[in-house]
Design a protein around this ligand. Structure first.
Ligand code: AMP
Length: 218
């Protein structure tokens, strides 16, 4: 199955994609995680991406397109994948169409995780993530607190806040989403691929809806 997720920052895409990835045994390709990884290891793409990420605006399309061209052709994507955060504008969506055509694949379904604006800010600002890269378990100070404050339940490493989850950058990221990414809802609706899920509720209920949408038994 080839699944694509749309949703504003804070909609819960990362959390739901990780769960779905474990259930389907399909790789979860998060553009944000891949870019942060590239920044951390100081690759040419990472050095280029950092100045845009620090401002909460989109990294140039060609960086993402090259990154996903390589990822989608890797053997681990042979039986399916879950795309999270790419494409993020019309040009990227058209490039993805061309890329999928090249490798003889298509999208099975596009999930639009819809969350009300006032909840997005609260969700983003309370987000924490395990600093241990190989764990990276997500938490939230209010909605999914760790058992011991500041530490990961799974591996006991410290939790951190993403640098772009600070309040001053969040409105820029939400504006970028509304202006550039939200038009993709229509793009995929027109192609008959879109399924919208209400992402305002609790994680379990949303995951149950998601399984129904991708037609996987609960
Ligand atoms: P995310 O973790 O998905 O919120 O992404 C964090 C940041 O990475 C965004 O604010 C952008 O600067 C950048 N980014 C992620 N995905 C893309 C994309 N598809 N196109 C351009 N920039 C992206």
């Amino acid at each position: 199955m080839q699944i694509l997720f749309l949703g504003a920052p804070g909609a819960g895409k990362g959390t739901q994609c990780k769960r779905l990835s474990a259930r389907l045994k399909a790789p979860h390709l998060s553009s944000g995680d891949l870019l942060r990884e590239a920044v951390k290891c100081g690759s040419a793409a990472g050095i280029r991406a950092k100045e845009f990420m620090d401002r909460g605006v989109l990294v140039p399309d060609e960086v993402l397109i090259a990154m996903f061209r390589e990822k989608l052709q890797a053997p681990e994507c042979g039986k399916g994948f879950i795309l999270d955060g790419f494409p993020r504008n019309l040009a990227q969506a058209e490039s993805l169409d061309a890329l999928l055509l090249d490798i003889n694949k298509n999208l099975t379904v596009v999930i639009n995780l819809q969350v009300d604006d006032d909840l997005l800010m609260e969700r983003i600002c309370g987000r924490r993530v395990c600093a241990n890269k190989s764990c990276a378990m997500p938490f939230h100070v209010k909605f999914a607190p760790p058992k011991k404050e500041g530490f990961c339940d799974a591996c006991l490493a410290e939790l951190m806040t993403r640098s772009d989850d600070k309040a001053e950058l969040v409105s820029a990221r939400l504006q970028t989403y509304n202006e550039q990414t939200a038009p993709l809802i229509d793009y995929y609706q027109t192609r008959g691929l879109l399924k919208t899920i209400d992402g305002n509720g609790d994680q379990e209920a949303i995951f149950a809806e998601l399984l129904k949408a991708v037609q996987v038994p609960a």
